[in-house]
Write a protein that binds this ligand. Structure first.
Ligand code: PLP
Length: 406
């Protein structure tokens, strides 16, 4: 018997977070490799026709086809489930694949969805416009308004979707409250936990039925690969997710799964440092005193501070900055940056800044965009691993170039 504890749940469940991140879910082949193998294979060969039949029948363990299961993707899924404290996980090609598959697996024509209003652009378009094409209606609520959540349910509401903190406004939703209301109304809750990461917030412990990630962000953490993951119970995976996913094929490439596995080994270190940097940079930006507003969930006077303290273990890695004079000034500021890149990704080791109204949220109509609080002067900053003073010096120069008094 090989010593291979990464897949033994009795052992791995007892490990602390860092050990889980480095060793959880790994499978070692007879070669004895220390770094996980990349199984770049679409199919699997059987010793005899009876074995093939038995595997398709589910009577024999093993792989049949990589759209259904792949060993490298399975290692990533097992590690994610362990970190999240979920019974089951399924990887997808992107975060949007995870989001859309999760939603499509729990709604059908005639159903109604309740969602927070402030969402990542594609999530909002999917909830509001694409689901409508399939006969699923929605009610959008202000995420911080518990009364509005309560009043939004209808007899045909089957699903709730929310992001907290939301992209890009950083609005926070009381996840436990919304889960309780949803369950009283017989609806399942899907939480997009991308901004908080699996390390800072645990939606399943607060009652969420499904958690989704874009692993493109902090999980890869180095801006290399797209990926996604759905985390849920064994029951929902078997009854809802797999019947859709197996026949629609939004799979993560084993190569990308391998990159994500490597990313997870350093995730705790990266998130810790990025949160520390984000806090320093947010305070430093505010101290410059030249912006209309600087917003960061880690601020002591953040408008939903109590809720942040209740459900997050740190303020996260994203900061928003509002330019007093709108788009032109925001563009001037971006164009003057020498360290931080103009880029619309988040969770990268490199600090990245974007103008949501013209990029990530461009596909959302102007009125809806303004309704979410995405103004023409808003900039979203994803803080990376550079020295925070280099970032702050760069921002002060850019502010000057944008005509602000520093
Ligand atoms: C990036 C992002 C997504 C989509 O992820 P992709 O990997 O780009 O498909 C979904 N939700 C949030 C909050 C995001 O930031």
């Amino acid at each position: 018997m090989k010593k291979d504890t990464g897949k033994n749940k009795e052992i791995t469940d007892k490990w602390r977070l860092q050990t889980k991140l480095v060793r959880g879910g790994t499978y070692r082949s007879e070669i004895g490799e220390t770094s996980e193998s990349m199984f770049m294979t679409s199919g699997y060969a059987y010793d005899c026709a009876e074995d093939a039949a038995a595997r398709f029948e589910g009577e024999q363990d093993g792989y049949t086809y990589s759209r259904l299961r792949n060993p490298t993707c399975a290692m990533f899924e097992d590690k994610m489930a362990l970190i999240e404290g979920a019974e089951a996980a399924r990887s997808t090609a992107t975060g949007m694949a995870a989001m859309t598959q999760a939603m499509l697996s729990i709604v059908k024509a005639g159903d109604h969805v309740v969602s927070s209003k402030t969402l990542f652009g594609s999530c909002r378009v999917f909830i509001e416009n694409i689901l409508a094409n399939f006969g699923v209606s929605c009610t959008l609520v202000d995420g911080d308004d518990n009364e509005a959540w309560k009043n939004a349910f209808k007899p045909n509401t089957t699903a709730v979707f929310l992001e907290s903190p939301a992209n890009p406004t950083l609005d926070v939703v009381d996840i436990e409250f919304v889960c309780n209301v949803a369950h009283e109304n017989g609806a399942l809750v899907v939480v997009d936990n991308v901004f908080a990461t699996p390390l800072l917030q645990k939606p399943i412990q607060m009652g969420a039925d499904i958690v989704i990630y874009s692993s493109t962000k902090h999980i890869d953490g180095q801006g290399r690969c797209l990926g996604g993951c759905i985390l849920t119970s064994e029951e929902i995976l078997e009854e809802n997710i797999l019947p859709l996913i197996r026949h629609t094929g939004p799979n993560l490439s084993p190569f990308n799964a391998w990159v994500m596995l490597k990313g997870m080994e350093t995730m705790d270190l990266r998130i810790d440092r990025m949160c520390e940097n984000a806090s320093k940079v947010a305070h430093g930006l505010r101290d410059l005193g030249c912006f209309e507003t600087v917003n960061y969930p880690g601020f002591a006077d953040f408008k939903q501070r109590d809720l942040v303290e209740k459900q997050m273990s740190a303020g996260g890695t994203v900061v928003t900055v509002f330019m007093p004079e709108g788009r032109e000034q925001a563009f001037k500021f971006l164009n003057a940056l020498e360290v931080t890149d103009i880029s619309n990704n988040i969770g990268d080791a490199k600090s990245l800044m974007t103008h949501p109204a013209s990029t990530t949220h461009k596909s959302v109509e102007e009125e809806a965009r303004l309704g979410m609080g995405i103004t023409e002067g808003m900039l979203r900053l994803s803080v990376g691993l550079e020295h925070p003073d280099d970032l702050l010096e760069d921002f002060a120069k850019a502010a000057h170039a944008a005509g602000l008094k520093v």
